[in-house]
Design a protein around this ligand. Structure first.
Ligand code: ZN
Length: 160
């Protein structure tokens, strides 16, 4: 069957950047399972999978805007070190939950000096073009319960 709205799809993928460096891959793990049309995967990839069938392999180029979004400089901020009281060693790469007027946001530490910590609220893959090599392993219709919950149940999904 073809991938349509509310299909439950499992696929293997390798994600590389524009230089061909592997960022992420399902090789050696279970395939990724998602419900089509509810925004569980980046829009550029979801759009490319529409209408595809089991066994198909495809290469999908996703622009930053259709991936994890553009990189916004205003989401990079310098925070006084005192704001991290109770954290002994702050190092680049660490992630924290920050409270903003818009709600919780995950920020990544990108630089640290004596007095200031630079944090970046952009997704780590924001601003990057993404290249997916995909193989579709299974396609089935979602159950009514899955559709009402908006997520997949069972293998690769919620166990409840
Ligand atoms: Zn559920």
């Amino acid at each position: 069957m073809q991938i349509i709205e509310n299909s439950v799809v499992s696929f293997h993928y390798t994600l590389t950047d524009k230089d061909g460096k592997v960022i992420d891959s399902s090789n050696g793990n279970a395939p990724l399972t998602y419900m089509h049309g509810v925004g569980q995967i980046v829009p550029g990839l979801e759009n490319a999978l529409l209408g595809k069938t089991v066994g198909e392999k495809l290469d999908v180029n996703v622009s930053a805007a259709e991936g994890y979004g553009e990189h916004h400089d205003f989401m990079v901020q310098q925070v006084p070190r005192e704001a991290f009281q109770g954290v002994d060693d702050i190092e680049p790469g660490m992630q924290f939950q920050a409270q903003t007027p818009q709600g919780g946001m995950t920020v990544t530490v990108t630089a640290v000096d004596e007095t200031t910590v630079t944090v970046d609220g952009n997704h780590p893959l924001a601003g990057q073009d993404l290249f997916f090599a995909v193989e579709i392993m299974s396609v089935r219709a979602a159950t009514e319960e899955e559709i009402s919950h908006g997520h997949v149940h069972g293998e690769g999904g919620h166990q409840h």
